[in-house]
Design a protein around this ligand. Sequence first.
Ligand SMILES: *[C@@H]1O[C@H](CO)[C@@H](O)[C@H](O)[C@H]1NC(C)=O
Ligand SMILES: *[C@@H]1O[C@H](CO)[C@@H](O)[C@H](O)[C@H]1NC(C)=O
Ligand SMILES: *[C@@H]1O[C@H](CO)[C@@H](O)[C@H](O)[C@H]1NC(C)=O
Ligand SMILES: *[C@@H]1O[C@H](CO)[C@@H](O)[C@H](O)[C@H]1NC(C)=O
Length: 345
Amino acid sequence: MLLNTCLIALSGLIAAVSATVVNDTIRVQSYNLRYDSKSNTITPAKTFASLNKTVAYDFELDYYSTYSEQAWSTRRVEVANQVLFNAPDVLCVQEALVRQVRDLHGLLDGYDYVGVGRDDGVQSGEFSAIFYKTESVNLVSSSHLWLSKTPYEASKYDGAGSKRIVTIGNFTTTIAGSPFTAMCTHWDDKSDDARQYAASMIRYAGAYEAEASDGVVLLFGDFNSQSSGDDSGGYEIVTGESDMLSMNSTFTSDYASDLSDSFAFTDLLTVTPPRFRSGHHATFAGFYEIGDSDSFGRIDFIMAGNNGGWSAQNYRVEENFFDNEYHASDHRPVLADIVIGSYTT
Ligand SMILES: *[C@@H]1O[C@H](CO)[C@@H](O)[C@H](O)[C@H]1NC(C)=O
Ligand SMILES: *[C@@H]1O[C@H](CO)[C@@H](O)[C@H](O)[C@H]1NC(C)=O
Ligand SMILES: *[C@@H]1O[C@H](CO)[C@@H](O)[C@H](O)[C@H]1NC(C)=O
Ligand SMILES: *[C@@H]1O[C@H](CO)[C@@H](O)[C@H](O)[C@H]1NC(C)=O
């Protein structure tokens, strides 16, 4: 009896000593791919077969000589290789036409995706798609909303340049089962009113998702506007600096939650410790020559809900233009590592 008690106490002690609490960290990426404006029918296999196997001599190189926009069939090589190298668990892409989505699905071994074309809710128009690494995260459910006064119909906000959408996915991590929701979006380039309406809907829906899943809510977006200045109304609303606009009442009743009043998103860059911020500042760089930064701006963001449960570890704005290549896109990829839970080993 006494021996038994001692043994139990001893094994408990050993378990306590050897148990290690490990962070459940996910790497996430947001990337506006630039829609395929120079469309052709070249297959990925054909592109790969055309790559030069001979490494250039240094003296031959004319660095940064090709800065003009290349066809997606050329750009996708760098895009896919960069994703595979950085290996994000979640990759939110914007401006992707269906052929770009299909190419990436084929090129990104081990990734699946959710998302629909914003023009018809099926395949037409740009996707704000969420790719995810099936080995590390499970998709639980997903949906999408149009960022307009009729959110359940393929529709455009009055005065906006295009139909705009948000793709929403519920996920859990494979290793610890930590729940999180990913929201992927691309706001209007013409109308700040449309951006403010989009921001209001996303903040309101984010509150609902935070309460429903009791998990971390992440927002990935090309906001088409910076964090301050005349056209930053969307950023101010989504981060809680300004109030939400009044929205479609069917939507506000469907997405009502106890967090509606208190929920807002935090710009991850602002809470990442300075020593772990790296890479570029601007996320839009255009198809310009090196040094021409007139149109630069930080307009692509990764954010997390203020309901907590997360901690920002690393934040990095990656490169889109390499010295012996071409621009992979007119935007740069934004990456973050976020702790969203823990587990014991
Ligand atoms: C391949 O690269 C080598 C070394 O830079 C160069 O001499 C050759 O012309 C290239 N071939 C093609 C087909 O571009
Ligand atoms: C996420 O899961 C919650 C809880 O089950 C559910 O209420 C919500 O509608 C889901 N969201 C999506 C986008 O599937
Ligand atoms: C709200 O959105 C729903 C679904 O898209 C639509 O049927 C309804 O007409 C909208 N309400 C108003 C007042 O626009
Ligand atoms: C785990 O995450 C916490 C919160 O971000 C951090 O302070 C800690 O350093 C992390 N531990 C490891 C081993 O990375």
